[in-house]
Design a protein around this ligand. Structure first.
Ligand code: SF4
Length: 149
């Protein structure tokens, strides 16, 4: 657990939405960028529950308290690896999923839930950046194998 008192110190915060009049002119993200330190503060709200209902609120059974802890500590690479262990498509679950994990979050009983979806989305971006060059090599090698069969 990153910060024992995080859930008592910080309130839920999400990035602002961009102006719809501007959004209709492009295909960019709906939300404004969210600074890393803000996101780490949000991860600090996770209570690392003894019975983390967030785990089973989603059929993917993502190991959410572990990512939250790693994100809070700024250990993005390990957090992204943990995320990918159970979720092969965080790029879109982090955007369009209705987030049953957040609906199941224990903190949501008497406070706004942990911003699991926003954390997931940001980790997927990290993962994409970190693996971009490796993917490129792996894809090239796969293509060369397919074309030689
Ligand atoms: S239920 Fe909420 S507070 Fe508890 S471990 Fe999961 S994300 Fe953290």
């Amino acid at each position: 657990m990153g910060k024992v008192t995080g859930f008592m110190e910080y309130t839920r915060q999400l990035p602002e939405r961009r102006d719809p009049a501007v959004r209709i002119k492009d295909w960019l993200e709906i939300y404004q960028p969210f600074p890393e330190d803000h996101l780490r503060t949000q991860a600090a709200r996770c209570m690392d529950c003894g019975v983390p209902f967030c785990h089973t609120g989603c059929p993917l059974t993502n190991i959410i308290p572990d990512w939250n802890d790693l994100v809070y500590k700024g250990r993005w690479k390990e957090a992204a690896r943990q995320l990918h262990a159970t979720n092969n498509f965080p790029e879109f679950t982090g955007r369009i999923c209705p987030a049953p994990c957040e609906a199941s979050c224990v903190l949501g009983i008497n406070e706004p839930a942990v911003t699991i979806k926003q954390i997931e989305k940001t980790m997927s971006r990290y993962l994409k950046r970190a693996t971009a060059s490796a993917d490129c090599c792996a894809t090239a090698s796969r293509i060369s194998r397919w074309s030689s069969t």
